[in-house]
Design a protein around this ligand. Structure first.
Ligand SMILES: [Zn+2]
Length: 132
């Protein structure tokens, strides 16, 4: 893998828009479900997709989601069949991801033939970071 993994504390241009609104824990090690605290992924699994860690996406119903991309999110559970309808990432299928504990909808798994491989996009407002 030669993907560029952003160093902790490094912010992309888009992330600058919410600077100051929520202090980042520089020692954050894991990503958890904001509803129940279930461990979802390692913070180090954060990746950039199409040059950015965070993406603002709009679904066909006009609902805006801000998602953050992770190499994998083993604490999430996939639901339903993968679909390529209105996919936010060209060449990728998406599948709904829910919290493995409380079943809150947390984002989507993106799978496909893209060279960057499969990844998870988690809804920024529904996750949190913790130190361990
Ligand atoms: Zn949960």
């Amino acid at each position: 893998m030669n993907w560029q993994i952003p160093r902790r504390g490094e912010r992309g241009p888009e992330d600058a828009t919410d600077a100051g609104s929520r202090p980042k824990d520089e020692a954050a090690a894991i990503v958890i479900c904001a509803s129940c605290g279930h461990r979802l992924a390692d913070a180090a699994a954060a990746i950039e997709v199409d040059g950015r860690h965070r993406h603002t996406c709009v679904n066909p119903a006009g609902i805006v989601f801000r998602i953050a991309c992770y190499q994998s999110a083993p604490g999430c559970a996939g639901e339903g069949a993968p679909s390529d309808y209105f996919s936010w990432f060209a060449g990728y299928f998406w599948q709904v991801l829910c919290c493995g504990r409380c079943r809150s909808h947390l984002g989507w798994a993106f799978t496909g033939a893209g060279e960057r491989g499969d990844f998870a996009g988690l809804i920024v407002d529904r996750i949190a970071e913790a130190s361990s």
